[in-house]
Design a protein around this ligand. Structure first.
Ligand code: HEC
Ligand code: HEC
Ligand code: HEC
Ligand code: HEC
Length: 384
């Protein structure tokens, strides 16, 4: 085998080990809500309708990609924010590393919470997806399977997904016997069905799941044997798909729906490998899915030589090569990606003043550019 090739492979796998451990998973991503309010983001942004209206509502529509994608969004609108802070006489906030981390986890997590479902759609779906071939609801449907009207406690779509997963093998058996096609569901479908069942339910008890704990979810993923078939970052190709490539663009229920949709194939493989079918209880499904959701948060490593070009083209070099800014080879090393955003944020007001004097514009940075800048800066900082 070609030597260079072997070295590249070793470097790549080493890179992926470092990379996988860099950002620690949060145990409660909602902690960042406090930072969001304290640092004045709420002055302009709402979360699901609560807060300011100058900027977009951050819990709607948009999915905010990886850590550095968020870093890029925040960096690019620093000047607009600063203008507002001056106008309102709010002191421009500074961030500790922990605060910046909590804030970013929080924004990333907002989409996870998903949309409220549509009751009328849910009603249609139960028949169009064939659920009422076996289940009864509000007096309609068949008696083969439990009556949905008595399932009021499954108030959240994740709870619903958990129960459906647990009953998956016996439902599928019945479907085969009755020649009913397997109902494929989207995340929105799950939301809508849950909303409808919640409304017609005659049961008053409500079992809620707390928002998932990604840290617990990682343990569940390992303990339930998902790692038998799925890899999550680098490593050897396994039977099932690499879950760090899941499309997380929608919301939490989308991931639950993907598990449901693929469950017949998974069950087949499990039987083939004589693995026991994993069952979930309590908050486990929410935790597991929160973990899967956070797999999208990590950025791939950047390219230091491209980063050097960014450093020149974006004008960092005009201040940081003997100009008004410090020599960046002498600064304290970054111990995580969070620090590049946090430290650049904290220096942004000085930088902005200098740029105004120089009559230069704020350098906009894309995700890719920040990623490469980070790689470049990390490579030139002299480690002590
Ligand atoms: C001056 C009001 C203002 C403040 C304060 C503010 N933002 Fe914004 N933000 C905006 C506006 C306006 C946009 C729309 C995009 C743009 O023009 O920059 C935006 C866009 C965003 C976006 C991208 C939204 C999208 O869907 O495209 C994110 C994420 C964001 N802000 C986060 C924050 C965070 C985090 C804070 C607090 C540290 C904050 N913002 C403080 C006004 C503000
Ligand atoms: C072929 C018949 C059949 C179809 C079609 C079917 N199910 Fe089921 N379902 C069952 C059976 C049988 C059970 C009970 C399984 C058991 O006891 O393990 C069940 C159980 C459930 C449960 C758990 C009920 C409980 O008592 O906790 C839920 C929730 C559920 N199904 C949802 C659905 C949804 C949503 C659909 C449509 C997307 C659907 N099912 C389609 C047969 C079916
Ligand atoms: C026995 C092997 C096996 C086990 C164990 C297993 N899976 Fe899978 N999984 C698969 C296969 C194979 C697919 C692809 C199925 C298909 O193509 O329909 C899949 C697909 C998926 C998907 C959809 C992926 C996509 O790209 O859309 C998710 C999500 C998933 N699995 C999650 C899990 C979780 C969580 C666990 C642990 C509770 C688990 N799997 C356990 C084999 C397995
Ligand atoms: C207009 C001049 C100017 C430009 C352009 C500029 N900086 Fe700076 N930079 C500064 C100054 C001044 C400081 C020190 C600020 C302080 O002490 O608060 C600084 C500090 C920093 C720090 C923090 C150092 C530490 O000790 O933590 C980093 C990282 C940094 N700059 C990176 C960049 C990057 C990357 C660019 C290009 C996108 C850039 N700077 C563009 C003036 C500039």
């Amino acid at each position: 085998m070609n030597k260079l090739f072997v070295i590249t492979i070793i470097l790549l796998s080493f890179g992926s080990i470092l990379f996988a451990q860099e950002l620690k998973l949060p145990s409660n991503p909602l902690d960042g809500r406090i930072v969001f309010e304290e640092k004045g983001c709420i002055v302009c942004h709402s979360i699901s309708g609560y807060g300011g209206t100058k900027g977009p509502d951050l819990a709607r529509e948009q999915y905010y990609g990886s850590f550095l994608e968020l870093a890029s969004i925040i960096w690019n609108h620093i000047p607009a924010m600063n203008r507002k802070f001056r106008e309102l006489h709010i002191k421009r906030p500074r961030f500790s590393e922990k605060e910046m981390q909590d804030l970013i986890f929080f924004i990333y997590y907002l989409r996870y919470l998903g949309e409220p479902g549509s009751v009328s759609n849910g009603k249609k779906l139960l028949s169009s997806k064939g659920c009422t071939n076996c289940h009864k609801i509000a007096g309609h449907g068949s008696n083969i399977a439990p009556d949905f009207t008595e399932l009021g406690e499954y108030s959240s779509p994740l709870y619903m997904a958990q129960i459906m997963w647990n009953h998956g093998p016996s439902m599928q058996k019945r479907m085969k016997e009755l020649n009913i096609p397997y109902p494929v569901l989207t995340g929105d479908n799950l939301n809508d069905i849950t909303a409808y069942i919640r409304q017609v339910s005659s049961v008053s008890t409500e079992l809620r799941m707390s928002p998932g704990n990604p840290l617990n979810g990682k343990l569940i993923f390992e303990n339930k044997g998902c790692t038998n078939c799925h890899q999550v970052s680098g490593g050897k190709k396994k039977t099932g798909p690499n879950l760090s490539e899941l499309n997380l663009n929608k919301s939490v229920t989308e991931i639950a729906a993907q598990m449901w949709d693929h469950s017949p194939t998974m069950i087949e493989y499990m039987q083939e490998k004589s693995l026991t079918y994993p069952m979930f209880k309590g908050n486990e499904m929410a935790d597991l899915i929160a973990y899967l959701y956070f797999l999208g948060f990590e950025d791939p490593p950047g390219d230091p030589s491209k980063g050097e070009t960014v450093f020149e083209e974006k004008g960092c070099i005009t201040c940081h090569d003997g100009g008004a800014g410090p020599d960046l080879t002498k600064i304290k090393p970054f111990n995580s990606r969070i620090q590049i955003l946090q430290r650049m944020w904290n220096h942004a007001s000085k930088m902005e003043d200098l740029l105004l004097i120089q009559n230069n514009k704020w350098p906009q940075l894309t995700t890719e550019e920040i990623r490469n800048l980070y790689a470049y800066l990390t490579s030139i900082i002299q480690k002590k």
